[in-house]
Design a protein around this ligand. Structure first.
Ligand code: FAD
Length: 212
């Protein structure tokens, strides 16, 4: 079953102060700030899509236990920096594959899938033994082969990623990543994602529905 692990490698402290400063500079209103109003002040701008001030804050994530199908979708987001384990250079003999829940809950499909994964792995191993380079042998590996990704998004891109990938229309595995990301953001920067709470709840409901 899909079971991504998302960790935060770096998330700056003082993000609220920096974002507030960026907005205040726009209106030369630093001197006019009233205590306790920062979060609502920022949320008001996010609602009207004045979002460039939140680009000043970057968060670094580490993602494991996801398929290449999932990392490919994440890497389609162009406003981010990525480093992924290379199958040109890393021996994939012992790298696991993800079994999508849609296959796992169908015994006949699962049997067929496991046969193909097993055959792909033994073929890969055999190709290496025959002297084929890893970068060529990887051609026989399934898209479900797990990967390891480090990526950096600024807060604006995090909001964009969440708005697309919490959707019930997003694929389950990437939606699970978005769900985890939302949870971190809700904890670290609640003012950033308050307006995405309904999307998060819909994602959680969809995640559970897919298990049935
Ligand atoms: C449910 C779902 C289904 C999908 N299905 C497919 C599919 O079948 N085939 C497929 O190829 N892709 C598919 N995608 C991927 C999708 O088309 C986007 O490539 C991906 O979601 C990245 O998002 P993005 O382009 O909005 O923004 P990002 O790349 O994350 O960039 C963020 C924002 O920056 C701006 N931006 C970035 N680059 C440009 C640019 N060159 N010009 C103008 N503005 C820019 C845009 O406002 C963009 O929204 C799917 C995505 C989802 C969520």
């Amino acid at each position: 079953m899909e079971n991504p692990t998302l960790k935060i490698i770096f998330a700056p402290e003082g993000a609220l102060e920096i974002v507030n400063k960026a907005y205040r500079i726009c209106y030369e209103s630093e001197a006019k700030e009233k205590p306790g109003t920062r979060e609502d002040f920022i949320k008001g701008f996010l609602r009207v899509k004045h979002e460039s001030p939140i680009e000043h804050i970057g968060v670094i994530f580490e993602l494991t236990g996801v398929s290449r199908a999932c990392t490919q979708q994440i890497e389609r987001h162009r406003i981010g920096s990525y480093n992924e384990r290379s199958l040109r250079y890393v021996d994939a003999t012992n790298i696991e594959c993800v079994t999508p829940v849609g296959i796992e809950k169908n015994p006949e499909a699962l049997k067929l899938y496991n046969q193909v994964v097993s055959k792909a792995k033994s073929t890969y191993k055999k190709l290496l033994e025959l002297g084929v380079k890893k970068e060529d042998a990887r051609a026989c590996l399934p898209l479900s082969t797990t990967s390891h990704l480090l990526f950096t998004y600024n807060l604006r891109q995090i909001r964009h990623f969440l708005s697309e990938r919490l959707s019930p229309r997003a694929q389950r595995e990437v939606r699970l990543v978005a769900t985890l990301m939302y949870q971190y953001m809700e904890d670290l920067y609640p003012w950033l994602v308050e307006d995405l709470a309904d999307a998060y709840k819909a994602a959680v409901a969809r995640n559970e529905e897919e298990l049935k």
